[in-house]
Design a protein around this ligand. Structure first.
Ligand SMILES: NC(=O)CC(=O)C(=O)O
Length: 302
């Protein structure tokens, strides 16, 4: 007698909520509630499975402001609200990121929480690579002045859909997180990055990095940005929230303003991409080993 197979999960239907946060936290949270409601009720792709928010959706993206907006996790008001919204709308919520205060150390982290449709926190990632850069005539930003870095990579199970990985913004520049998440034993089918690139680094690298992480690992990469604050004097987010598929095609992309975009993540594209271009199976870890550790590089004498 054959054992009935569990039904295959359908495509993961997601909405990326590209919104702009201001100085008023209560107004920011009210906006989040109404955008999530609109994303769910006005979905153009049928019943949604997941809604994603951008980096720093409840506070300005400003080094001198993070402590003022920081909350305890999970007892703070934003965690509470997202939990209720996930339950009310029966969706996973990837909660962009918020400044988190760790009371035991008094440190502030840039933290992303993911909620199940039952409202439980199922993942917590603290931005692991802090955005400390200085581009002459471009942008200087030093997150490490007030933020501390998380100390782990994050992979979690999205129910019947399988494993996914998550990083925050600058984390996308470090390919190791996506590589680890997409290989054994985690086998994630997507990487999610809430991210606030800016008008200098966005045009340079936003699409390139999204497509690179997708092509390197033959997975989906999903980036959700705040909207551009046209005319504002603070940090100018790039916008252009997007999804890249396992071939590196951008299958959906927002503009610069406040907007909701939708995408279906079809997991069957992973084996198709990996059979067509089998880099996933052709890795030569025995060669790369030589690059680990001091003095182990073999230099060709030719
Ligand atoms: N804001 C970030 O963390 C990263 C960014 O803007 C960039 O890498 O560029």
């Amino acid at each position: 007698m054959s054992v009935p197979k569990a039904p295959l999960a359908h495509n993961l239907k997601i909405a990326l909520v590209q919104l702009k946060a201001g100085a008023d936290k209560t107004a920011n949270l009210a906006k989040v509630s109404s955008f999530i409601k609109n994303a769910v009720t006005q979905s153009t792709i049928g019943k949604l499975d997941l809604v994603m928010l951008p980096e720093c959706f409840n506070s300005p993206y400003a080094v001198d402001q993070f402590r003022n907006y920081a909350e305890l996790v999970p007892s703070g008001e934003t965690t509470h609200l997202l939990s209720l919204l996930a339950k009310e709308h029966e969706v996973y919520i990837i909660g962009g990121s918020i400044p988190e205060l760790d009371p035991s150390t008094d440190k502030i982290f840039n933290t992303s929480l993911t909620f199940s449709p039952q409202g439980e926190v199922i993942a917590k990632h603290r931005k692991a690579h802090l955005f400390d850069i200085n581009i002459p005539d471009g942008i200087t930003f030093q997150e490490s002045v007030t933020l501390s870095a998380g100390d782990k990579a994050t992979v979690f199970k999205l129910g019947e859909f399988g494993n996914v990985g998550l990083g925050i913004c600058y984390d996308i520049r470090f390919p190791e997180l996506a590589m680890v998440a997409s290989r054994n034993p985690w086998n994630s089918f997507a990487m999610f990055y809430p991210g606030a690139f800016n008008t200098t680094t966005g045009p340079l690298h936003w699409h390139l990095l999204a497509r690179s992480r997708a092509v390197d690992n033959e997975i989906f990469t999903v980036l959700c940005s705040p909207a551009r604050d046209v005319g504002g004097s603070g940090y100018q987010a790039y916008g252009h929230s997007l999804v890249a598929d396992p071939y590196g095609n951008i299958i959906v992309e927002a503009g610069e303003g406040e907007e909701i975009v939708y995408a279906e993540l079809d997991k069957s594209l992973l084996p198709k991409a990996r059979e067509a271009i089998p880099v996933h199976y052709q890795r030569r870890f025995e060669i790369y080993d030589d690059f680990v550790g001091e003095g182990k590089v073999k230099v060709s004498d030719k």
